[in-house]
Design a protein around this ligand. Structure first.
Ligand SMILES: [Zn+2]
Length: 419
């Protein structure tokens, strides 16, 4: 039997084995850190013919450059703070957590910080650190950027491409209304994107022309750095919102404009997705059995489940998902389950599928998935619900398909319609 092949394990044994393997891996990482620290102290890499510990780690220990750097830094941290090393060996802290805590650790706070970071995601640890070690707010900035046109095998341009700074200036003039159109030196790069940088955690304006990835960085308990690339349409909407809000927000601070715009958007989206309303009306389902979940039921379910997936594992662990939520018939509609508050739960799409597979069997669901895929590829008139299930087009207090969110046309909505 291949010891690396887990196929022979039962479900419970597989989960236990994965936990035990992760524990062994964490212990091995902690052990490796102590060895790296000791090799550095004895400067053994020199004797072995390497000028640095990092090169030794790459060539002799088989680590990549980044892994070597991380482990050397973590070795320094864990050498100074035994609580960190023990937590890593016990699989309470991951290596990234050790690196994130590193600069904030002192002899006095190490136990407390280790406890705060135990079994947390990178973002959750950043939140814990931001709360304890707040950073000042970052300056607001909105910068135009130019995306590099895709490379082709065509002949090279006759003229030299324009300097990025000249292009940026031309686009900035255009965006700020100083010119009618972006007068770009030939050959003209595509002015496709505008980089909106609000409270950029990276500091000074970047010189790069490629759009950076979106980033959300906790700065303090109640403030976050946000860096995001937006297209021209979004830029125009942002400027329009600034103008429309200029009486309420005279200085046009982007953070305040975004807050107000998002408040309005969330209000509208809640109305569409959850049938939220200040004046609940009567359901139009008329008491006839239907898989449609009436708006009052959806409102109650949403309130009861707290906008979060209500799936709870056998060991009592509740799912943390708050996205792609759908209303689920606990007792399936196909088996006579009513669309009542008691029989309806909010589930994420993954758990909705999981429950459906438990209710109807994996084989049946796979067949339905294949059918749904074929129907999506076919002519529009042959599609099972022909757009009627689109949650985004529903009005409050109108019959609902049971799908929350913009899931129309996806497998889950199909199943909810066809069972
Ligand atoms: Zn879930």
């Amino acid at each position: 039997m291949d010891p690396l092949d887990p196929c022979h394990l039962s479900d419970d044994a597989l989960l236990l084995d994965a936990k035990s393997t992760a524990g062994l891996a964490s212990h091995a990482t902690a052990r490796l850190l102590t060895r790296i620290a000791e090799i550095e102290k004895r400067r053994l890499f020199l004797r072995e013919g390497y000028a640095s510990l990092k090169v030794y780690c790459v060539r002799e220990l088989g680590l990549c450059d980044e892994a070597a750097e991380k482990r050397i830094t973590a070795a320094h941290i864990s050498d100074r703070f035994p609580a960190v090393l023990i937590a890593l060996a016990d699989n309470r802290l991951h290596l990234t957590a050790v690196l994130m805590l590193g600069r904030h650790l002192t002899a006095a706070n190490s136990d407390e910080l280790v406890a705060a970071a135990t079994r947390k995601t990178r973002f959750e640890i950043a939140m814990e650190l931001a709360r304890r070690f707040p950073r000042p707010e970052l300056p607001e900035r909105l910068e135009p950027i130019v995306t590099t046109p895709p490379m082709t095998m065509a002949a090279p341009p006759a003229t030299e491409p324009p300097a990025p700074e000249r292009v940026r200036e031309a686009i900035r003039d255009w965006l700020e209304g100083r010119t009618e159109s972006p007068v770009l030196p030939a050959p003209e790069p595509a002015p496709e994107r505008v980089l909106a940088v609000t409270q950029d955690p990276c500091g000074p304006a970047p010189e790069r022309v490629e759009a950076p990835r979106p980033r959300m960085t906790p700065l303090a308990e109640d403030s976050f750095g946000l860096q995001v690339t937006i297209n021209r349409r979004t830029y125009e909407l942002l400027q329009k919102a600034r103008s429309l809000l200029s009486h309420q927000i005279p200085r046009g601070e982007m953070a305040l404009v975004l807050e107000r715009a998002l408040e309005l958007a969330v209000e509208e989206l809640e109305k569409r997705k959850y049938a939220a309303t200040d004046r609940p009306g009567r359901s139009q389902s008329g008491g006839k059995p239907s898989r449609h979940i009436p708006a009052p039921v959806r409102r109650e379910v949403r309130k009861r489940d707290g906008d979060r997936c209500a799936f709870v594992s056998e060991s009592g662990k509740r799912c943390e998902s708050r996205t792609r939520l759908e209303c689920h018939h606990e007792d399936p509609f196909a088996r006579g389950g009513p669309a009542t508050v008691e029989n309806t739960r909010l589930l994420c799409a993954a758990h909705n599928q999981h429950k459906a597979e438990r209710d109807f069997g994996t084989e049946f669901m796979e067949r339905k998935r294949a059918e749904a895929k074929r129907n999506r590829k076919g002519p529009r008139r042959n599609r099972p619900h022909d757009g009627k299930a689109h949650a985004g087009s529903e009005q409050p207090d109108r019959p609902h398909t049971g799908v929350i969110g913009t899931m129309a046309g996806t497998v889950p909505s199909y199943f909810q319609q066809r069972f």
